[in-house]
Design a protein around this ligand. Structure first.
Ligand code: FES
Ligand SMILES: [Fe+2]
Length: 375
């Protein structure tokens, strides 16, 4: 798992005024709520007093009150009040929690989980410019969780060859040979465009079967991923002018579980009454993927490619692993084995930008990183 990256915490609508929301990412818990200006505050969820979950507390004005002894924390992470000490006693500076930068984009709350100053942070990618074009695109939200590591899960979506074997409605099992396709690296990811044989007409059902000509030979598929936000966009064009976009972000819940949040947009059958059929298609595809991916071993992607047997058709997965390895080598990788061991008796939090400016005066330690010298 990587720090110093943007992750989608939840849908914007999940952070409602007047109530805190609790979210788990990178094995740590966070509390989200709206500040006086309506912006989303994202704080470490563990109370520095005796460890209760701030996200289970209540909002008093624009501060979150811990459910255990009522200590209040503002959107800046500082404690403003310790009720049992009485009014007029200013809490010590050390009584504070980490606060993480947030941004709302594509209807989601993105949190920057790391300590880089603003100028050094990567930008959230512009992978879904159609988001605002609701005249030509009908979009539907979806969300699901997987008992799979975030890399294993993301590799599944970037994998070209699996569709023919895993997906009943759009795999072409009878014509599985893939033509070589050039992969174009981007700053934090890669993109590829390819033609794939169209599935047999009898694999499709409902309205989409009616729309697609029986003599259709191929589907054009454009695929692009970005490590920033761990997101990707997959756009099949079934025939001229009839296209669909799946834009999905993956957030590690902990080393073993991931959450996907996504939009599916289509530029055909724009009326809402066609949503149910498209949603059923998404649900089926997710079930088909999870049946395979949740059983893949080892649970964490191996560090050495020699521990699996990769071929040239695994090109996008390899491109993904390369960009992850590059970001990890810059000192951003959580040491999962040590983290799992230490967290039983120690609160470990993701370092926030305020820590880089002022490393002392914090109650909680930060997560161990690969190569930080700890044993
Ligand atoms: S544990 Fe939060 S106020 Fe005591
Ligand atoms: Fe799949």
């Amino acid at each position: 798992m990587l720090i110093n990256n943007w992750y989608v915490a939840c849908a914007s609508g999940d952070v409602v005024p007047g109530k805190p929301t609790r979210v788990q990412m990178l094995g740590c818990h966070f509390v989200l709520f709206r500040d006086a200006a309506g912006a989303v505050a994202c704080l470490s969820d563990v109370c520095p007093h005796r460890g209760a979950a701030l996200g289970d507390g209540e909002l008093v004005g624009h501060e979150v009150a811990c459910p255990y002894h009522g200590w209040r924390f503002g959107a800046d992470g500082r404690c403003s009040q310790i009720p049992a000490l009485g009014p007029g006693v200013a809490p010590p500076k050390r009584v504070r929690v980490d606060r993480y930068p947030t941004q709302e984009k594509y209807g989601w709350v993105w949190a920057f989980l790391g300590d880089l100053p603003e100028a050094a942070r990567p930008r959230i990618p512009d992978l879904f410019p159609e988001y605002d074009d609701t005249t030509h695109w009908r979009r539907m939200p979806y969300q699901f969780e997987a008992n799979a590591n975030w890399m294993r899960f993301e590799e599944n979506s970037l994998d070209t060859a699996h569709t023919n074997f895993v997906h009943r409605q759009f795999g072409a099992k009878r014509t599985p040979k893939l033509e070589p396709f050039p992969i174009e690296p981007t700053e934090w990811g890669a993109r590829v465009a390819r033609e794939k044989p169209a599935p047999q007409q009898d694999q499709k059902s409902g309205e989409i079967a009616r729309l697609l000509a029986a003599d259709r030979r191929s589907t054009r598929v454009a695929l692009e991923f970005s490590l920033v936000g761990v997101c990707h966009r997959i756009q099949p064009t079934f025939r001229e002018g009839m296209s669909q976009i799946n834009f999905t972000a993956r957030t590690p819940i902990d080393p073993w579980r991931s959450r996907a949040i996504g939009w599916q947009a289509r530029n055909y059958l724009l009326e809402p009454e066609h949503d149910a059929e498209r949603m059923a298609g998404i649900r089926l595809a997710v079930e088909e993927d999870l049946r395979v991916v949740e059983k893949v071993e080892p649970k964490l992607t191996p560090r050495s490619p020699t521990e699996e047997f990769l071929t040239e058709t695994d090109g996008m997965e390899v491109a993904f692993r390369r960009v992850v390895a590059r970001y990890a080598a810059a000192g951003n990788e959580i040491d999962v084995e040590r983290f799992e061991r230490l967290r039983r008796r120690q609160v470990l939090v993701i370092p926030s930008p305020a820590r880089r400016e002022d490393p002392s005066n914090w109650v909680h330690q930060t997560v161990p990183l690969v190569g930080d010298g700890g044993g």
